[in-house]
Design a protein around this ligand. Structure first.
Ligand SMILES: [Zn+2]
Length: 331
């Protein structure tokens, strides 16, 4: 249902999104339940290889974490991102050509938006990139925009969508902001190895840190092209269908875009499952950025920093493959 009039029809995009969030959290029962779940969720901090991870025990996320994303299961269910199947209470803000902003009724962040293509087309990073760069810019950097690959945490891999959360809301993003502020000689001492500086600054995590590729620049087209190229190189180092496996973030601060992605090799860790000896954990972008979603209290209570490190190690590119990616990106 399209939103007309009221507090969400005027003002800047970020203000309209804030207004939509307030309206929907006050009036939409499903979202109230999801938001209550988030507010009541317990949390624990871990240090995982020098980076902070906040585990969030949020039972409201159980459906999303356990979502079946095989072709037969997808074909058997109505797509919950298509306008004709969305709940009547879910309102939207049109965004650029062919997109709408929706509130995520099972949020991990407060606020947490899903930005959805109007057409039912599959989840792919290349068509998502311009919207991600645009949205981070058009909200004045208020929101960081992120993407889950079709086999990397997306619960609707058949319908193109990205998500938006308040900028700086994930531990990894906060650590990255600090790293990007290093100046001069100090910039060689950090946990990012910078490989080139022009036209887009490009770097990778140093060995031992969570593997990620980083790009920053002031020119939107150059950043988009450099990101597209880095993703293509990932596809050469670790080929995958229908696209190179990754979770990707875009932030916009002080006139610069920062794009970073976590290259993946697996959809879920070997411990994944609903059984008592298994762990219901299905890492997506938010998890890799340090907000680890554990819907089951038993998993939440027993998980250790070593377990989190193994889960990340199993779903992310191996150190050997990541070293090859680094070498190829250095050119
Ligand atoms: Zn759809």
């Amino acid at each position: 249902m399209s939103c007309s009039g009221g507090g969400v029809s005027a003002g800047s995009l970020a203000q309209r999104m804030d207004a939509l969030w307030r309206q929907q959290s006050a009036r939409w029962a499903m979202m109230k339940t999801g938001l209550d779940g988030l507010k009541r969720s317990s949390s624990r901090w871990f240090d995982v290889n020098g980076s902070q991870v906040l585990a969030q025990c949020n039972p409201a996320r159980v459906k999303s974490a356990g979502a079946k994303v095989d072709a037969a299961s997808l074909a058997a269910r109505p797509c919950f991102l298509c306008a004709s199947n969305r709940p009547a209470e879910q309102e939207s803000i049109p965004y650029r050509d062919g997109w709408v902003v929706l509130c995520n009724p099972m949020p991990i962040f407060d606020p947490h938006f899903t930005v959805v293509a109007e057409n039912h087309v599959p989840q792919r990073i290349i068509p998502a990139l311009p919207t991600m760069l645009g949205l981070s810019h058009d909200t004045g950097g208020r929101f960081t925009v992120f993407y889950n690959g079709p086999l990397c945490g997306a619960s609707a891999p058949d319908h193109l969508h990205v998500q938006a959360a308040p900028s700086g809301a994930s531990p990894f993003e906060a650590e990255l902001a600090e790293e990007l502020n290093r100046k001069g000689e100090d910039s060689g001492q950090g946990w990012i190895e910078w490989l080139r500086s022009s036209p887009v600054r490009l770097g990778v995590s140093r060995a031992g840190r969570r593997p990620a590729v980083f790009l920053t620049g002031q020119d939107e087209a150059s950043v988009r092209e450099a990101a597209r190229h880095a993703i293509e190189v990932l596809g050469e180092v670790h080929p995958a269908e229908p696209e190179p496996m990754l979770n990707l973030f875009v932030a916009f601060t002080a006139g610069r875009w920062s794009v970073w992605f976590y290259p993946r090799r697996a959809h879920r860790p070997s411990c994944f499952g609903h059984g008592p000896e298994q762990c219901l954990i299905s890492p997506g972008a938010a998890d890799l950025a340090g907000i680890l979603i554990l819907p089951r209290p038993t998993d939440f209570e027993r998980i250790t920093a070593d377990d989190v490190a193994s889960v990340f190690g199993e779903v992310l590119l191996t150190p050997q493959a990541f070293a090859r990616l680094r070498d190829r990106l250095r050119g």
